[in-house]
Design a protein around this ligand. Sequence first.
Ligand SMILES: [Zn+2]
Ligand SMILES: [Zn+2]
Length: 110
Amino acid sequence: MLCERCNENEPTVFITKVIHGGMTKRNLCEECDKVENPEGFDHTCFYCGEKLVNAVLCPLCQAELFRFMHSKGLIFPTDHPTPEQVAEIKAMEAELEKHMKNWVAQRKRD
Ligand SMILES: [Zn+2]
Ligand SMILES: [Zn+2]
């Protein structure tokens, strides 16, 4: 699957944006995301605050989020998520957030 806008690059804008409230559900590559969202979003990891280049989660937090979602039976849709999948993920938002906060706190202690 390719970026919806340029049809050239791999899309890198993930469903983390869906989880964290109403941002684009489109599949865009980094370049097109920058063009379409010039304001962008905080370039720090949503959970641990690590500085990032145009992403919402650092690789560590992303891996843990995926792992946790899988453990809950949620398959992470990297392509177009169905409205049902989005609803399912939204329904778990609070739980995901709580888990990730605990996990980050644990990680920083180590
Ligand atoms: Zn693109
Ligand atoms: Zn992080």
